[in-house]
Write a protein that binds this ligand. Sequence first.
Ligand code: FAD
Ligand code: NAD
Length: 466
Amino acid sequence: PGDQLPHDPTKKTIVVLGSGWAAISMLKSLDTQEYNVVVISPRNYFLFTPLLPSVPVGTIDPRSIIQPTRYITRHKARRVLVYEGEALAVDPNAKSVTFQDTSPIRGEGGPSTIEYDYLVYAVGAETQTFGIPGAKENSCFLKELWDAEQLRSKTMDCIESAAFPGQRDEEVNRLLHMVVVGGGPTGIELAGELHDFVVDDLRKWYPELAEKVRITLIEALPNVLPMFSKQLITYTEQTFKQNNIDILTKTMVKEIKPKSVVVQDPTGAKVEIPFGLLVWAGVRNTLRPITKDLMAKLGQAQTNRRGLTVDDNMVLAGSNGSIYSFGDCTATSYAPTAQVAAQQGTYVGKLFNQMAQLAKLEAELAQLKKEKADLNEIDVVNKKIVKASKMKPFQYSHQGSLAYIGSDKAIADLPFLNGNFSSGGVATFLFWRSAYMSNLFSLRNRCLVLIDWAKVAIFGRDVSRD
Ligand code: FAD
Ligand code: NAD
């Protein structure tokens, strides 16, 4: 039927770049009856990043925390076009995006260009390595699903290689040394998961090796988890000590070699630490090349090197109201978190709904004037227009911070009665699980994650290598 066709020339076209927290939250709240909507992303799914640190050790199956974009868009009132492709360039003057299928199998399609009335620019960011020599080549990352899968394979490779006959003791110790760089929540959660894997599973299947596994967390600042309260930082550090995870604070990574990491310790001395596996755990974000290119095209309106400058309505500075941007690619007063990106996305979706409403009222007013309608009737519509024209600025509501720290313990800093409520331990772990359960994207994801947790509780984690 005609109204199901994706392109309706009477409606404005929104092109959405990305399928992460920002873009998908926007899509969820957008009324697609009012616009032609096209989603372009190199990833044809949404990834629930808060549970990503559970994937490398097999607590969670990778497929359990993703939701294909088409599963999300098919529930919308009007069809949404989804293209798996990477945006190569945005032309803010021509209001167009050039994109390409960059997957290994491309068929014969070359780059394609699409015009937009509004662009939703939500491409996130890349992991920052600060130009540290060897960081890109010799470490694993933990940002995307494929990073977690690669990390899982490498972890098991180190263990199997350590179990291979004829290895020198020194080599076994190197292979079994797991280093996590970055004491932000990603690094802490990953170190906690690695510890659980060693204690719950490796001790059972590799008893002769498990005792030799060492986990070290390296952090440049004086303490880990700067976004959590002092009490929870101390609690985490104590828990790590009990779990034999070494935390090296005030220690700066200077170079990463294939088998060792060079650090500057708190005395300023350079020390070389051998490792089997090194994870560069989410050490800040840096802009994607396409974002830098867009900033250059917008000239003086975009000079913040941290990210895109937007106003209180998420309108990109210099875009004349045609580009909306939010999430990790922007530089705002908020932290680059899923919580912020999701709330901004929901806000922008509602903003588009309001703009469509406004356009309808303006058309109604024009029609009434044309028909020389009753002045009272015109006045009523005018008042509605004034109300619909007021675009409230975005306001962030912080729901708190949660992190898993290993051995069935979690920490939580929650806003409570104008103050803060901090808690850590096993009860918080149960709260952490229930909070993530309710935040997961769909019933399907909830069931899959519950099954994964049950499988691990009954059978333990799978130690086979992909
Ligand atoms: P992303 O989610 O990164 O999405 C960007 C999207 O753009 C992706 O779909 C990508 O494929 C697509 N894209 C990239 N390039 C292009 C291109 N050229 N053209 C088109 N599309 C493109 N935050 C929390 O609040 N709580 C947590 O517990 C938490 N845990 C985390 C755990 C980990 C391991 C990590 C890495 C992050 C975690 N975060 C957490 C942070 C959170 O994931 C990010 O802040 C959030 O993903 C940002 O959302 P975004 O949509 O801006 O970017
Ligand atoms: P992060 O930026 O928060 O932490 C990275 C850490 O690496 C920093 O503490 C930094 O001091 C350290 N570092 C940087 N360079 C270093 C060097 N050369 N040597 C040693 N240490 C170095 O990164 P993240 O943990 O991935 O978090 C990214 C964002 O996602 C944050 O906003 C965070 O709040 C959010 N997040 C939240 C959760 C949660 O709430 N559970 C989980 C993961 C991520």
